[in-house]
Design a protein around this ligand. Structure first.
Ligand SMILES: Nc1nc2c(c(=O)[nH]1)N[C@H]1C(S)=C(S)[C@@H](COP(=O)(O)OP(=O)(O)OC[C@H]3O[C@@H](n4cnc5c(=O)[nH]c(N)nc54)[C@H](O)[C@@H]3O)O[C@H]1N2
Ligand SMILES: Nc1nc2c(c(=O)[nH]1)N[C@H]1C(S)=C(S)[C@@H](COP(=O)(O)OP(=O)(O)OC[C@H]3O[C@@H](n4cnc5c(=O)[nH]c(N)nc54)[C@H](O)[C@@H]3O)O[C@H]1N2
Ligand code: SF4
Ligand SMILES: [Mo]
Length: 891
């Protein structure tokens, strides 16, 4: 596509499972403009900071653009022939279970459909698993145990209609920002609406909460068992619903009642008043939605947590009605689509079950396939163990980065290294995973690929291409289909386009369905290419006879579950021991996300704006623990488990509880010297779902003894490998990095040029103060800065946001250059401090200034500084700064 008259294309954000509508315009000159789509029902025109910055992440810098075999360029034919023959050979010699696919909730439904069809129907193994195992598996298992199907009963509108929204194990403000904003707007309009947050940390989401329960790690099962007993003891059970539509209530209640108050307090870490407050609020609010995410799913007791929550909703009949229900919010843009087509190793296709012979027969007849997998395949952790054990001879990884995101990531890396044949399909040329691939296949990325995704509320939306395919990159479905053809299944994989895959998949969902399965897309089974192109977002189910496009669909208000007797099941879950800590590893490591980065940062790290909010890996530590361990503000710390050690910055905060630390999952070996947190995490899984317990690992913590600390801003990518610690980020006009050195002064000198990306002959403007080990150097080129480096024996105090802005400043005036060396702005140039609002580039000092000059509300601060006026993702932080400065002023 060439840049013609600018015309907005309606598409969907490729990040989180909210699934916001995006209007993307390719401008003349090649820039991409991004706006929220006011017509999209999930987002109604809103976008968060990541969605708003999409235009900054679609450049071709670092992209994988041609297929490679063994590090050399290859043609597609050669690469696909090789993949097909190596897979066929392994199957011939060692059977179908000697090969595997590991795919992702970030591929489109059409891609996923083809991958699942190839593995389960034609190769005849169920060894296809996905990063959704790390993400949604406990929710899927909990839904299936209770409902007989993986059904999300409610809709986003329920979050606005509820009188009480409970958020457990969910940092909605940062991870599903547009849903958070929808709840915030509803609460502003109806202040009587209540929000409860259940999270060991006081996250930014607490800003919206009337009550924050700082639960002990994995205390959730006990908490919700206590709630079930409270509901029963106080007459809140909907006897009619329980009798007509459920089974197993008495056993579930018996086990819930067996837990005494002392046990409850010990397991949850909450006192009787807090528990009473929460239980009374939940019991007394007919319209209650319980939202849950990774604090629930990623746990040794993840599936039990899900069922403990669902039990309370079933007991009160608060499900599937406006403003009520359990609500699992999905992480990835197409976590739901993958579950629908059967992308998990223990599912079949179109919500049919692998262990059910009738379903297997039906799927095989529909596909006309030579075989059908008849046993669940290997789940992610077991799959990589099988790779390590040499049982998997050929592995294809698509759109996921397991060397960073799997638990025991060091072992995963070693397994890939040992695997005879690894194929990786990615959009980027350099990732921690693709470096172990024998064959690298370049995929189309967001804006280039075409297909559909399903969001958390079962809404299917189109992702549409508005950019030309770069280099030789090809769609993920095409790659899978071509290999299928080359393995001998030409007819079954002869898809002309994404629309033809959707037609086949929709027909499969309707095939011999007759209302027996929740998932039915019969209405679009005959959709033509033009109608597929124009397809507007809609929610499933949508059977062939259902033409209503707009009604919100909910499940189970009147029962009709998908179990054989159509009754929901109460699951009699028991509290389980939770602490993983030991005498040597006394801290609980919790992991998760930050506001402006996405997972392994292959896309968000391209944006200087998104990198400005938090530019370095960190560990949140309680001030009490920091004091005992002699860890000071901005020190570096070592976090170690039985499996390895990482070094990150200390962030001392009373938002953390004692004995716990939190480290983000995002930093990879591409962006930091040693911050891959999953190297520390044990591969322990939930016994029902196989989902790893990524939020509760025993670790120890100690101060990292650095001889020198440093900070650098520079035009060229700095060379930092010699530093004991480094963390790199993009900044406007170049790069910024933190580093620390363990050696003495000589090492500092020899390090400077590499860090600045210059040769030794380049003249430097320098300052040094030997008494405290401070040295600062700057190099200029004509009228602009090439780079500046600040080194000190103590953590460097220079203003990062100010320094990072200097690469774009004019330095024609020689005397102004000393300002760089002084490490601070001139008096007439305010230092805005750490960036809070990434969209409008507003720092904490700007916000404090506005508060001091009388702004007494978030809105007033926004008006004065423009912070929060674009996407609004930083409003929770503005509120926190406002509260901390406690200056009450009339607006
Ligand atoms: N900015 C951003 N947004 C994202 C993503 C991203 O990478 N960046 N990724 C997307 C994806 S794939 C996902 S899965 C979602 C995840 O979205 P969330 O689940 O909201 O995010 P996390 O930070 O993984 O974890 C949520 C919270 O669980 C808490 N927690 C830890 N242990 C427990 C516990 O035992 N009980 C309770 N109740 N809480 C606990 C943690 O302290 C953390 O604050 O985010 C999606 N959105
Ligand atoms: N400790 C800890 N670990 C975790 C978690 C946690 O909370 N704590 N969360 C877990 C969860 S919930 C998740 S979802 C995972 C996420 O972890 P990953 O899936 O490993 O992370 P991503 O960075 O999203 O990886 C996506 C990869 O696909 C590439 N890509 C992007 N678009 C395309 C495309 O269109 N096609 C192809 N072929 N490739 C593409 C990207 O460049 C990138 O390499 O991490 C899990 N790991
Ligand atoms: S909330 Fe943000 S990341 Fe999630 S879909 Fe919307 S714009 Fe994308
Ligand atoms: Mo996820």
């Amino acid at each position: 596509m060439t840049a013609g008259p600018a015309c907005a294309v309606k598409t969907t954000c490729p990040y989180c499972g909210v699934g916001c509508g995006v209007l993307a315009t390719l401008e003349e000159g090649g820039a991409v403009t991004i706006k929220g789509d006011p017509d999209h029902p999930a987002s109604l025109g809103r976008l968060c900071s990541k969605g708003s910055a999409l235009g900054e992440t679609v450049d071709l810098d670092g992209r994988l653009l041609v297929p490679e075999i063994g590090g050399r360029r290859a043609s597609w034919d050669e690469a696909l022939d090789l993949v097909a023959s190596r897979f066929s050979q392994a199957i011939a010699e060692h059977g179908p279970d000697s090969v595997a696919f590991y795919v992702s909730g970030q591929i489109l439904t059409e891609d996923y459909y083809v991958a699942n069809k190839l593995m389960k129907g034609f190769i005849g193994s169920a060894n296809i698993d996905t990063n959704s195992r790390l993400c949604m598996a406990s929710s899927v298992a909990g839904h299936r145990r209770a409902f007989g199907s993986d059904t999300v009963p409610g809709t986003y509108e329920d979050l606005e209609l509820a009188d009480l929204v409970v958020l457990t194990g969910s940092n909605l403000a940062w991870c599903h920002p547009v849903l958070y904003q929808r709840i915030a707007a509803a609460k502003a309009a109806r202040p009587e609406m209540k929000v409860v947050l259940i999270d060991p940390r006081r996250t930014m989401t607490a800003d919206l909460a009337d009550l924050h329960l700082a639960i002990a790690p994995d205390g959730d099962v006990s908490l919700f068992l206590g709630l079930l007993a409270h509901l029963a003891d106080n007459g809140f059970v909907d006897e009619a619903y329980v009798k007509a539509h459920t089974s197993g209530f008495d056993q579930a209640l018996e086990i819930a009642r067996a837990q005494d108050l002392t046990g409850l307090a010990a397991q949850t870490g909450l006192d009787a008043t807090q528990l009473q407050q929460f239980y009374a609020l939940w019991a007394g609010s007919e319209k209650v939605v319980t939202v849950y995410s990774q604090g629930v799913n990623q746990s040794r007791s993840g599936t039990d947590k899900v069922n403990a929550i669902i039990n309370c909703h079933l007991a009160t009949g608060r499900i599937g009605k406006p403003g009520m229900g359990p609500f699992s919010v999905t992480g990835q843009p197409n976590a739901m689509g993958g579950r629908e087509v059967g992308g998990l190793a223990n599912m079949l296709a179109a919500h049919m079950e692998i262990e059910n012979p009738v379903h297997r027969d039906r799927v095989q007849r529909f596909w006309g396939s030579p075989v059908i997998a008849d046993n669940a395949g290997l789940k992610a952790v077991d799959l990589f163990q099988a790779v390590a054990d040499g049982k998997i001879k050929a592995l294809w990884i698509m759109a996921t980065n397991p060397v960073d995101s799997m638990p025991d990531a060091g072992a995963v890396e070693a397994a890939l290294e040992a695997c005879p044949f690894v194929v990786v399909s990615d959009i980027m040329a350099e990732t921690d995973t693709i470096r172990h691939a024998h064959v690298k296949l370049p995929s189309l990325g967001w804006g280039e690929k075409d297909g559909t995704v399903t969001n958390s509320e079962r809404r299917i939306s189109r992702q549409r291409a508005f950019l030309a395919a770069p280099g030789e990159a090809k769609a993920d479905w095409w790659q899978m289909a071509e290999v299928g053809k080359r393995m001998g299944y030409a007819n079954a994989f002869d898809f002309a386009n994404a629309a033809s895959i959707m037609r086949e998949y929709a027909a499969q969902t309707a095939f011999e369905n007759d209302g027996t399965r929740d998932l039915d897309l019969g209405a679009i089974a005959d959709i033509d290419d033009a109608a597929y192109e124009a397809l507007a977002p809609f929610q499933w189910p949508r059977p062939a006879d259902d033409l209503s496009l707009t009604t919100d669909k909910r499940f189970f208000a009147n029962g009709g579950f998908f179990t054989p007797d159509r009754l929901a099941r109460f699951v009699a879950v028991a509290p389980s021991g939770q602490s993983a800590t030991t005498a040597h590893h006394r801290f609980t490591l919790n992991t998760g996300r930050i506001r402006d980065h996405w997972h392994t940062m292959t896309r968000t790290a391209k944006s200087a704006r998104l990198s400005a909010h938090i530019a370095e890996p960190f560990a949140e530590i309680h001030p009490g623990d920091a004091k005992v361990l002699g860890i000071g503000e901005a020190d570096l710390v070592r976090v170690g488990s039985e499996r390895g050690e990482i070094v990150v910055r200390a962030l001392i905060t009373d938002r953390q509880q004692r004995g716990n630390i939190f480290v983000p999952m995002h930093w990879t070996d591409q962006w930091a010297s040693g911050a891959r947190v999953d190297r520390l995490v044990a591969p322990d899984v939930d016994p029902v779902s196989g989902q790893p317990a990524l939020k509760n690992t025993a670790v120890d913590l100690a101060r990292f003894e650095a001889h020198h600390y440093g900070f650098v801003v520079c035009r060229n990518k700095p060379v930092l490998e010699a530093a004991a610690y480094w963390a790199l980020a993009r900044s406007v006009g170049g790069w910024r990095a933190e580093f620390a050195l363990e050696e003495g002064r000589d090492a500092v000198q020899s390090f400077i040029c590499a860090a600045l990306g210059i040769d030794a002959a380049t003249p430097l403007l320098s300052f040094s103060d030997p008494t405290n080990g401070v040295t600062r150097h700057a190099a200029f080129d004509g009228t602009s800065l090439i780079g500046a480096v600040f080194v000190s024996r103590q953590p460097v105090t220079v203003s990062r946001s100010w320094a990072a802005d200097q690469l774009e400043q004019d330095y024609a005036n020689l005397s102004s250059r000393w300002r760089i060396i002084a490490g601070r702005p001139a008096n007439d140039m305010p230092d805005k401090g750490a960036i809070v609002c990434a969209c409008m580039n507003v720092g904490v000092n700007d916000i404090i200034g506005a508060i001091r000059s009388g702004c007494g509300s978030v809105d007033a601060v926004s008006r004065a500084t423009s912070a929060g006026t674009n996407c609004g993702s930083c409003k929770a932080e503005i509120k926190v700064i406002l509260d901390e400065h406690q200056i009450i002023a009339a607006e």
